[in-house]
Write a protein that binds this ligand. Structure first.
Ligand code: FES
Length: 320
């Protein structure tokens, strides 16, 4: 059902960049070029751990001008119990992984030269590909990158010695350096587009600051890399077309339960942002946790984003 193709790649290099972040270099077994992509694209990495499957989205951080390999960076997230721990502990050079062809929900907006990137932690990865794709002078690019401490600032040295060094601003919180959004927005030219990728708190701060200053939301773009909170009580989902009944565990998404049963649903972002996994609700009420539906659509209870939302009722029947 998913239009994105699956590709088998070899892990050809792994580097420990910080205590929590590893960079993986992936290439086709025959060394042929991988599908082209633009900065901001991500791939879904599918991992089988015994009977369990993980499907995690990771931004491509390598240059779109060189598709002999892709690079992704994975932050170890103990709390997620998901694929990041698998990637850190069980994937080594020589391992094979199934990845999807790239999809892009975070491309540069057209019609303007001025693009400002705001990154928190591992959220810097899509911007690395954007900077690599566009040589200095092609656009007015600017990156603001905040992270915990120098020890946790992955890619800082690369950025500071790269061709865009003059447009990169780094903020290590442990050193008292702060990313101050108010003056940043106040000094933006009116045609600038702003892109944010990082923890929810950074996304929220950017949208709040922009709102306070009346910055047009059409010129704001976000990509969340942290998993949406999917915890809650277990419930039953019924797939009406096949009659299949599934239990969605306490810390599982409906999408993961469907995939555990060997079925699939189109899903580009898997974080409640893109809308591709929207499914009609036939019975029951959703506990909406996505960022795609607006408040009126959420209240209408007509559809659910199965990658992020849960059920308020013990049983939810959906049109699948
Ligand atoms: S896959 Fe993007 S919203 Fe669900």
């Amino acid at each position: 059902m998913n239009a994105r193709e699956s590709i088998t790649v070899n892990v050809v290099a792994i580097e420990q960049l910080t205590p929590l972040i590893k960079r993986f270099t992936l290439a086709l077994p025959d060394g042929a070029a991988l599908p082209a992509f633009h900065g901001g694209a991500h791939v879904l990495v599918s991992m089988q751990d015994g009977a369990r499957w993980y499907h995690n989205a990771y931004s491509l951080l390598s240059s779109p001008h060189d598709t002999r390999c892709y690079q992704i960076a994975v932050r170890r997230e103990e709390a997620s119990r998901g694929g990041s721990v698998f990637m850190h502990d069980k994937v080594s050079v020589g391992s094979q992984l199934a990845i999807s062809t790239p999809a892009n929900l975070f491309e540069l907006a057209r019609g303007t030269r001025r693009h400002v990137f705001i990154a928190g932690g591992i959220g810097v990865t899509p911007f690395l590909a954007q900077l690599a794709e566009h040589p200095p002078g092609e656009y007015d690019l600017e990156l603001h990158y905040a992270y915990r401490s120098p020890e946790h600032g992955a890619f800082v040295e690369e950025l500071k010695s790269g061709p865009h060094a003059g447009e990169v601003h780094c903020y290590a919180y442990s050193e008292g350096s702060r990313l101050d959004l108010l003056p940043l927005f106040a000094n933006l030219p009116p045609d600038a587009h702003v892109y944010v990728c990082g923890p929810q708190s950074l996304n929220d701060a950017v949208y709040e600051t922009a709102g306070m200053l009346g910055w047009p939301t059409a010129q704001l773009h976000s990509e969340q890399f942290a998993a949406t909170n999917t915890d809650g009580r277990a419930f039953t989902v019924v797939l009406a077309r096949s009659g299949v009944e599934l239990t969605v565990g306490e810390d599982e998404t409906i999408l993961k339960a469907i995939e555990r049963a060997g079925l699939s649903v189109p899903s580009l972002c898997r974080e409640g942002v893109c809308g591709t996994c929207e499914v009609a609700i036939l019975e029951g009420e959703a506990d909406h946790r996505d960022q795609y539906l607006d408040d009126a659509e959420k209240a209408a209870q007509k559809t659910i984003l199965v990658c992020a939302s849960r059920s308020r009722t013990p049983r939810l029947v959906i049109d699948l």
